[in-house]
Design a protein. Structure first.
Length: 148
């Protein structure tokens, strides 16, 4: 009888390039077992853009959008609404030329009365639409999120 060694390796132990290969290229998902630093390292190792926003201080849709805009270095003319967010994640970036791929982390999305489950899902839908946009162009766009 041959026994195979059992691995306790988690996604956090993986080689950075292997870590991203274990995740579908165009997806919006909970961050779960992944760590932000390792996702950043994986993005850098594979030459992809790393976009990070810590939303712990945001309590409203406007604050969430402002934090994302500031964190992602959106243009000053960013309209601070969901349509403008979509445009900045897709058309504005696409017009800048070929893109290597994206790893996006939205950490600590608020769960407040002024930014409830419906608002969170609507925001994540914008990122899902952006993932679809980039999938049509053969570019990876992975989004990881966590809730506060």
């Amino acid at each position: 009888m041959i026994t195979m060694p059992v691995s306790d390796a988690s996604p956090n132990d993986a080689d950075p390039a292997v870590l991203l290969k274990s995740v579908r290229p165009n997806i919006v998902q909970s961050i779960r077992a992944y760590r932000v630093a390792q996702l950043q390292d994986a993005a850098e190792t594979t030459g992809q853009h790393f976009l990070y926003a810590n939303l712990a201080e945001a309590t409203t849709k406007q604050e969430v959008l402002e934090t994302i805009a500031r964190s992602f270095l959106f243009p000053k003319h960013f309209g601070k609404n969901l349509d403008a967010l979509h445009d900045c994640l897709t058309d504005v970036v696409h017009s800048g030329g070929p893109q290597p791929g994206f790893v996006v982390v939205l950490e600590q999305l608020p769960a407040t009365q002024r930014f409830d489950k419906e608002a969170r899902e609507t925001l994540l839908d914008v990122f899902r639409d952006a993932a679809d946009f980039w999938a049509e162009r053969g570019i990876a766009f992975r989004v990881f999120y966590s809730f506060l």
